[in-house]
Structures are given as C-alpha cells and as structure tokens.
Design a protein around this ligand. Structure first.
Ligand code: PMP
Length: 369
C-alpha cells in the first residue's frame, strides 16, 4: 500500500470552494490518431530541433545561476513576433510570458481576481477559466451562449451591467465552438466592463480576423490579450504562454509572479522556436484548408458542424455523445467530449489523420446521430 493511502481528499482541510470539484481532465491516451487537445499535428522541423538543442546546450552552461527573472530577451522576441503578426507595434514592455497561457491566466486572476471578486465568462468556453477562478477563489459567473453557440452581445452587456465582474473572459476564437468575436462586439464588451477584460487568443493565428491587440491603446486599463505557443506554434510541450497589454498590466503581474518562474531552458528553447516562426506557421493555412475539407465532408454525411475559425471542429448532434466518443476511441481515433450535450470536438490533424476521423464518422453516422 502507498504510504498515506488511508486518507481521502474529503478529510483534508481543503478550501470549501474546492470541495467536490474535478481537476482538468483531457484524457492522455496513446492511440494511432490523437485529435483531442488542439495541438498543431506537424512535428518540429529538423532545423528547429537542432536550434532548440544547441540553444539549450548553451543555456545549460548557466544552470547554476537563476534565469533572467523578467525574461527580457524572450519578451523582446515575442514582441517582435506580435508586431509582425498583428501589425501593432508592441514592445517588450507590453509583453509578459509564463509557463503556458494557463499560468498567464492564473497570474491575471491572482492580480485582478481573488476572494470577494468575480470573473464572468461566456459558456461553453475553455474549461480552465472556471477552474483557475476556483483556484484563486474568484467567484465564477457563467453567461450562456445562444443555442447555436453564438454570443448574444446585448445580453452580455446587460449581464456585465448587472454583475459588474472584476474580470471578463472572452475567448476568440472560442474553444470549443470555434467562433471568433468581431472587434465591434469586443469594443462593446470593453466599454461595458468595469474591470479587466481578458481576450484569450490561444487560437489567434488560425483566425482570419484582426487581433484584439489592436484595441490595447484604446482600452489600456482594461484589455489584456492572452496568447500561447502551444497551438499554431507547435510548442505545446515547451510550455510558453504570453500576453500583450499596457505596460502597467505587466507591472501588476510582477507583484504575483513567482521569481524565476521561466527556467533558463524554457527561455532558450522558446527563443529558438521563435526564430523558426515562419516555417512553423506555414502549416496554419494548410490546417485551415484541412478544417474546411473535414467540415464540408462531415456536413455532407449529415452531421451538424459548427463553423470554426480555429484548428478544431465541434460537431454532432449525437444522441449520446459520451458513448459515441468511446466508439471513436475503439476505432483508434481520440477526440474530445467537452461535456456539451450532443456534441464532440475534433482537432484538425494531418491529412491522413483527418481521413481516419472521416472514415470512422462515416461508419458511425447511421447509428449514432
Ligand atoms: N486558452 C484556451 C482557449 C485553450 O484552449 C488553451 C489550451 N487548451 C489554453 C488557453 C492554454 O494553453 P497553454 O497553457 O498550453 O498555453
């Protein structure tokens, strides 16, 4: 027996708001076709692997010292990348980085949420927003999307006026539905919001629309745009998320970040990956084309497919989504049951993986819908 196994979580003096909650739980299973966590399916190029390895080798000579606490070189590179990608001239002072955008979101709630404060989000959306709210004891206020999953901005604005949340989450493109929020809608939300508005652009590179970063100068005390290298950037294993905001927001995050949170290794590897941004992001257009092909074929088979601006598709309608998820898995295709009745989410993979998804879908369509 494992030492301590007699104790259950219910016996621990855990905070009341965490009792009975479930942890984040995307299954990590090794199956032939993994289309469940919205990664870029293209492995890194040889040149990128070599550059990361060489950069980490050099960084290893400094492992006896703490890393640059403020990750200035990495943030400078990220700012240059954002400037190129969005057309907004951001600098190192506008950018903050952490171990994945999850850590960025957690730091934001540590600074701007917390006990006695609230965070509002439009559900369904990214399941970590409420989990990070719980972890920081920020009261979570869900506002439901329409039944077609679109955002009703009028009802959003009245919910903001009613509850006056300290933090708003807007995910664009939204996970798991794939919708982007137009800048005109964002402007209305920003104008109505009394506190911080976090626009989670984890899938920003896949969207054809402009980034919310274009609005930072208009709403410097409110807007924070969160981004990640985990998705389009094909660096999920490297764990690097970042944000763009007014320099004052970065100053606020320095108050809550743990010192030296980004290791020497992470900083070196992320900088190397950024040097290969153009070759990595060349896959974005191809993935968008694959997405449109999969969407069209699923629709032709009779599925209801939600229009997506990201690298995944939400589709249904299944009489029992959990059972159908299992049938895909039995056929070697791991997709995601995001807990929306009647729907499942599939990440867009390589062409051959998408063919597998379509093959299984065709097999299941008659029995599962
Ligand atoms: N935001 C959204 C909307 C996501 O879908 C994800 C990943 N599933 C993240 C943030 C977090 O990603 P990471 O911590 O890898 O940057």
């Amino acid at each position: 027996p494992v030492p301590g196994s007699a104790a259950s979580i219910d016996e621990l003096p855990i905070r009341e708001n965490l009792r009975g909650k479930s942890p984040y739980g995307a299954p990590q299973l090794t199956v032939p076709v993994q289309l469940n966590t919205n990664e870029n399916p293209h492995p890194p190029t040889r040149a990128l692997i070599d550059d990361v390895a060489e950069s980490v080798r050099e960084a290893a000579a400094e492992l006896h010292r703490y890393p640059d606490r403020d990750a200035v070189a990495l943030r400078t590179d990220l700012a240059a990348y954002l400037t190129r990608q969005t057309g907004v001239a951001v600098t190192v002072d506008n950018v903050w980085a952490a171990n994945g955008s999850n850590e960025i979101l957690q730091q934001l709630l540590q600074a701007f949420g917390g006990p006695g404060r609230s965070a509002m989000g439009f559900v369904p959306s990214y399941s970590m927003h409420p989990i990070i709210s719980d972890g920081t004891e920020t009261k979570w206020l869900p506002v439901f999307r329409r039944s077609d999953f679109s955002l009703d901005v009028d009802s959003a604005v009245s919910a903001i006026a009613q509850h006056r949340p300290d933090v708003m989450f807007v995910t664009s493109p939204n996970n798991p539905t794939g919708h982007s929020v137009p800048l005109s809608d964002l402007r209305r939300i920003l104008t109505a919001a009394p506190g911080i508005v976090i626009v989670d652009e984890a899938y920003g590179e896949f969207s054809s629309g402009p980034s919310a970063i274009t609005l930072i100068d208009e709403f410097p005390t409110k807007l924070v745009v969160s981004r990640t290298m985990s998705k389009a950037f094909a660096f999920a294993g490297g764990r690097l998320g970042y944000l763009a905001a007014a320099p004052a927001v970065v100053e606020a995050l320095l108050l809550v970040r743990l010192p030296y949170h980004l290791s020497v290794i992470t900083q070196a590897a992320a900088r190397a990956a950024l040097r290969h941004a153009d070759e990595t992001l060349a896959s974005v257009a191809e993935l968008a084309a694959q997405r449109d092909r999969v969407s069209a074929e699923l629709t032709a088979m009779g599925f209801r497919v939600i229009e997506s601006d990201a690298n995944f598709l939400l589709f249904g309608q299944f009489s029992n989504a959990a059972a159908t998820w299992r049938r895909y898995l039995d056929e070697g295709v791991l997709i995601r049951d995001v807990g929306i009745e009647g729907y499942l989410r599939a990440t867009i993979g390589l062409a051959a993986e998408n063919d597998e998804l379509l093959r299984v879908s065709k097999k299941l369509v008659a029995t599962e819908l």
